[in-house]
Design a protein around this ligand. Structure first.
Ligand code: NAD
Length: 476
């Protein structure tokens, strides 16, 4: 069989960047300055575990410091490498610019398989990794603020925050050194679901534009759309859950490490996630067909494909067989640059990663602001808002009574209208607004310029334009 020259993850991001830059009029030299990764720190450290010294390798890469702090998750996976971390850091720069989160781009990774270690061992490894980064200001509320990514979650973020606080006992903003923390350690309501929730809001916004929906050869709303999801982790699970429970989409396929499940009538996502957590895989789940060669299900007939596991899963090799007319990149870099060309030429609409999974960093931004302001969102306004609404209801009821009209409010209206917004409602509202606004900024460019072939190029154009404006404002 013919071997394709598949670009690496890092090369793919560069190629996509170059495609956008070719359509811009940047001053000489600025293009390269924006493309290159400013610095990557590699650390090797030892931790004594199970009676012997184990050496671990970790990275923290800073792509762009046009705004500080820089922001980006920390990933735990055996294959983590410098190329991958740098590609992810670059994506963070463009993602933050696109959703107007005031950060530069960064990313971190540790080469380890979290399933190989007990919780107390992971804590020691994480604290040691954090120590190495903190002492070099590579974790710092004003300079570099990590978050969860593949293989990490609230637990690891709480350890990192605590490690920073121990090493910076007088820093009143210590909690803002990392986001994605549990609520009781300075986290924010709605952060765990944020990336999946953002994928849902992105699709809702896409379906508000019939012209865009038609480009994918689809019509109508999300209701009844057949969806295949790869990866039922944090991002994939929440996206699939919300789309099926709230928008009427049917999740007909789920691809995991140990194969894929398929059921044209739709899978029960909450039940499947329970099964996955209990059994460590999806095999054996009732009422669905299991395929050991999971990746083949990417090629099944469906309306929307959601790769939400890892990068490089849609390649020049399998792209010609992908049937989904609409792909939303919940994972970072799931489609290689070569595959992207193939899919684009076939008319597939791709909602790109730098936009699609920006819900995580958006809510991380809210958490960072909450930590710096030292107050929960809604705490000052909620009851006042309720009191003002009560005034209006009382007045409406009085008017109705006094005028003899006898109006009555619809059942449930009073309760809903009277309830002031708590932190979770405010976070979701801020996220929804962010995802709508960012999509609109991309589609405007996509539709206005005949030389912009797709949403990805449009997204890069918007982001690069903002990053370059920020460099210019700094006099660089
Ligand atoms: P996670 O570790 O919670 O979940 C990943 C899931 O993918 C797991 O269930 C795993 O079993 C599955 N998986 C791994 N390899 C697979 C394979 N070869 N085939 C099928 N399934 C496989 O990770 P996550 O946080 O959900 O991240 C997923 C993707 O989303 C990554 O690309 C990450 O960079 C991106 N992302 C995450 C966040 C976040 O807030 N967590 C934010 C933005 C982007």
């Amino acid at each position: 069989m013919h071997r394709f020259q598949e670009p690496s993850f890092r090369d793919s991001v560069d190629l996509m960047f170059n495609r956008a830059v070719a359509l811009m009029d940047l001053e000489p030299g600025l293009e390269e300055k924006i493309r290159v990764c400013n610095a990557t720190y590699t650390v090797r450290f030892g931790v004594r575990l199970r009676g012997q010294m184990h050496t671990f390798t970790g990275y923290r890469s800073v792509h762009s410091e046009h705004m500080e702090p820089v922001k980006g998750g920390i990933r735990y996976a055996p294959e983590v490498n410098q190329n991958e971390v740098e590609a992810l850091a670059a994506l963070m720069t463009f993602k933050c610019a696109l959703v107007e989160a005031p950060f530069g781009g960064s990313k971190g990774g540790l080469c380890l398989n979290p399933r190989d270690w007990e919780e107390h061992e992971l804590e020691r490894i994480t604290r040691r990794f954090a120590y190495e980064l903190i002492k070099r200001d590579m974790i710092n509320p004003a300079q570099n603020v990590p978050a969860p990514d593949m293989g990490t979650g609230e637990r690891e973020m709480a350890w990192i925050a605590d490690q920073y606080a121990r090493m910076n006992t007088t820093d009143i903003n210590a909690r803002a050194c990392v986001t994605g923390k549990p609520l009781n350690a300075g986290g924010i309501a709605g952060r765990v679901e944020a990336t999946g929730r953002g994928v849902q809001y992105a699709l809702q916004e896409f379906f508000r534009h019939p012209e865009d929906v038609a480009k994918a050869g689809l019509s109508g709303t999300l209701d009844g759309k057949r969806v295949i999801v790869q990866g039922l982790g944090n991002v994939g699970f929440h996206a699939a859950k919300f789309l099926s429970e709230e928008d009427g989409a049917k999740i007909i396929g789920v691809i995991e490490r140990d194969g894929a499940l398929y059921n044209p009538a739709g899978l029960d996502i909450a039940a499947l996630r329970d099964w996955l957590v209990r059994h460590g895989g999806v095999a054996g789940f009732p009422d669905a067909t299991h395929t050991a060669e999971g990746a083949t299900v990417l090629e099944e007939d469906c309306d929307i494909l959601i790769p939400a596991a890892l990068e490089g899963v849609i390649t020049m090799e399998n792209a010609p067989r992908i049937k989904a007319p609409l792909i939303i990149e919940a994972a970072n870099g799931p489609i290689t640059a070569g595959a992207d060309d193939i899919l684009r030429s076939r008319g597939t609409v791709i909602i790109p990663d730098l936009y699609a999974n920006a819900g995580g960093v958006t809510v991380s931004y809210f958490e960072w602001v909450k930590n710096l302001s030292h107050i929960r969102f809604g705490r000052m306004q909620r009851r006042q808002e309720e009191a003002r609404h009560q005034l209006l209801i009382d007045e409406l009821e009085r008017l109705s009574r006094d005028s003899g009209i006898g109006w009555t409010l619809s059942p449930g209206f009073k309760d809903k209208y009277l309830r002031g917004a708590g932190e979770l409602e405010l976070v979701r509202s801020g996220l929804d607004d962010t995802m709508r606004t960012a999509y609109q900024s991309m589609r405007e460019v996509w539709h206005a310029r005949a030389d912009v072939p797709d949403l990805r190029t449009a997204g890069y154009l918007v982001s690069i334009d903002r990053v370059s404006a920020s460099y210019r404002a700094k006099g660089l």
